[in-house]
Design a protein around this ligand. Structure first.
Ligand code: 5GP
Length: 190
């Protein structure tokens, strides 16, 4: 997606050779027009009448999935990272190791919002080692629902997540795949 790649080149900042910061349009300030294009692209890639739900993870995934959901015409469910008194007791849980925070946390989805009849597309902002996506896949499987694919805004192709998921036969569609970061410069694979 050229529009997205240009924004990454223009505004992306790098931390070392592994982390990309795109706070000016994706992770802190949000460019809603760009999100609309992202949503349309995910819909084009996963155009299936079978899809009944988009699943993501708080916080950055929520806005992406919500805008995409306007195209798909299905609800968004976001996995919560913190237990709270108003979360249903009947939940699916999976453990995720956070690449950015370097801690393990639980992700939770109420059984009320994911059932065996659902056909799910998982959406997220970044794909690094695949832990967040695998946690969500685990939850979809616990529900007995069907995974239709994983949609990622920025995949870091030099990290193992994409291969891990594709090797499991999961369809992964990434709008921008970063090949490498060298001397603060970002190179794309796709
Ligand atoms: P994974 O679970 O695939 O290792 O990492 C994906 C998650 O970590 C994403 O949900 C994203 O929030 C965060 N993440 C991983 N790499 C980056 C990065 O380079 N930049 C930003 N902003 N977030 C990242």
């Amino acid at each position: 997606m050229d529009l997205l790649k240009q924004r990454i080149l223009d505004e992306g900042r790098t931390v070392g050779e592994e982390i990309i910061k795109v706070d000016s349009f994706l992770n802190h300030q949000i460019d809603a027009e760009l999100f609309r294009e992202i949503g349309k692209e995910f819909h084009r890639l996963f155009d299936s009448k079978k899809i009944t739900k988009l699943l993501t993870i708080e916080a950055s995934g929520i806005a992406i999935a919500t805008v995409a959901a306007l195209e798909f015409g299905v609800p968004v469910v976001f996995a919560k990272k913190t237990q709270s008194r108003n979360l249903d007791k009947d939940i699916y849980t999976s453990q995720v190791f956070s690449f950015t925070k370097q801690i393990t946390y639980d992700v939770m989805v109420s059984k009320r919002y994911l059932t065996k009849d659902d056909h799910v597309v998982i959406l997220d902002d970044f794909l690094a080692n695949g832990k967040a996506a695998l946690g969500l896949i685990d939850i979809v499987r616990q529900a007995g629902a069907t995974i239709e694919g994983v949609g990622i805004v920025i995949e870091k192709g030099f990290q193992p997540g994409g291969k891990l998921l594709r090797d499991q036969g999961i369809r992964v569609e990434s709008l921008a795949i970063v090949d490498r970061i060298k001397d603060g410069k970002i190179n794309f694979m796709n």
